[in-house]
Design a protein around this ligand. Structure first.
Ligand code: PLP
Length: 391
């Protein structure tokens, strides 16, 4: 299996031409770090601080250092990493939070859990991310309706590509709104040289195992530019307690990330830069082979995709997927419904149409993307896609 030995090289690995293709591959990575993980787990078993062990602080320090954020707060999931900043800002009932109408359901759930209303904004069809001009339209519509107070924007860095933060921040500044980035899929993305986590004032990320920086269970982090805000999040993640962790000084939740998940994430961070280079190398081959054949997710000037997923648009998606599957190429659909097309969120599309979200839900198709794909495998995916498009 391990034809690959240089864990720090960004070169694509070499595999037999007929090696099975996987949408994600966590096993190859695990083999590289297993001895180090076993050492870390044994340390945790020895010290016994399963919650709040030294691994939590270590992970937070490493995340802040890697991204350049002022601080990082490890929490129990990416969803908690979205809810907790809203709680920390006092966003709740009667407030509007602007989110893209094409994202994972967690973005909408997080806003509703805070008590606020998620106003759905259309996406830019090229980037799959929130469209800044529709954002302005939706803010104006909310203000004109007068029932809700606009408080925050929660852009999503879909598939690993940062949203258009320059344009979004300009809108936020003009309208007095906060920005909480949903970077759950985008650890490793960049904007003008800045890592996701150090682009917006607040960024949520997820350690769900298949994310670019995943744990071996649930977890997440909030990366912030303001250390005082991080302190508030640390209180909220421990039921709103003060330093004694007994008396609640504000409303909070159990939002902690356990020592084991923090240890896994810290260890995986040692592989991260090389893995990211491999994702980029894989994407470059896809870009070259598929350019002109299908529409691909496109980065704006200065942006670099972290390639949590490599996503294209196709017509007749079911037929193309079936043909690819027949050829041994697994694919994913993220997502086949826009947010307002799900029953729980149908009431959220009251501020205007979302045509680009609906089109993306019909056409988006994600191809195999992980750091342990070989060049031959990527060409096999492209060959099969070419054939399936003709069919
Ligand atoms: C865009 C987006 N937001 C939020 C989440 C929630 O993360 P988690 O599953 O860790 O709660 C996810 C991940 O699943 C996601 O993809």
């Amino acid at each position: 299996m391990m034809a690959y030995s240089d864990r720090d090289s960004g070169q694509l690995i070499d595999l037999p031409a007929d090696a099975p293709i996987q949408l994600f591959d966590l096993k190859t990575q695990q083999a590289l770090i297993r001895p180090a993980l076993e050492k870390r787990w044994s340390d945790i078993l020895d010290h016994g601080r399963y919650i709040g062990g030294p691994e939590v602080e270590e992970c937070e320090r490493e995340l802040a250092e890697f991204t350049g954020a002022a601080d990082a707060v490890a929490v129990g999931s990416g969803t908690q990493a979205l809810v907790m900043p809203l709680l920390a800002m006092g966003v709740g009932a009667g407030d509007a939070v602007f989110i893209p109408g094409f994202t994972y359901n967690a973005t909408a759930n997080a806003v509703l859990l805070s008590g606020a209303f998620p106003v759905l904004v259309d996406i830019d069809p090229r980037t799959f991310n929130i469209d800044p001009s529709d954002l302005q339209r939706k803010i104006d519509a909310v203000k004109a309706a007068g029932d809700l107070t606009p408080r925050a924007i929660m852009p999503v860095d879909l598939y690993g590509l940062p949203a258009d933060y320059q344009a979004i921040q300009a809108v936020a500044d003009a309208c007095g709104l906060r920005v909480i980035a949903d970077g759950a899929q985008a650890f490793g993305g960049k904007d003008n040289g800045r890592w996701v986590g150090n682009i917006a004032e607040i960024t949520a990320t997820s350690f769900y195992p298949t994310k670019t920086l995943g744990g071996y269970g649930d977890g997440g982090a909030v990366l912030v530019q303001d250390a005082a805000f991080a302190d508030r999040l640390r209180s909220i993640r421990w039921h709103g307690t003060g330093d004694n962790r007994k008396e609640s000084v504000r409303v909070g939740i159990n939002g902690r990330c356990d020592s084991i998940q923090c240890a896994v994430v810290t260890e995986k961070l040692t592989l991260f830069k090389a893995e990211r280079l491999r994702r980029v190398a894989a994407a470059e081959i896809y870009d070259e082979r598929l350019g002109g054949l299908v529409e691909q997710q496109t980065a704006l000037d200065g942006q670099e995709n972290g390639y949590g997923l490599y996503t294209i648009r196709v017509q007749h998606r079911d037929r193309v997927r079936a043909a690819l599957s027949e050829a041994g190429v697994p694919t994913g659909v993220y997502y086949d419904m826009a947010i307002h097309e799900m029953p729980a969120f149908a009431h959220c599309a009251v501020f205007g149409p979302l045509p680009a979200c609906e089109a993306a839900a019909r056409e988006s198709l994600s191809l195999p993307m992980h750091p342990y794909l070989s060049e031959a495998q990527i060409h096999r995916v492209c060959d099969a896609l070419e054939i399936s498009l003709k069919g």
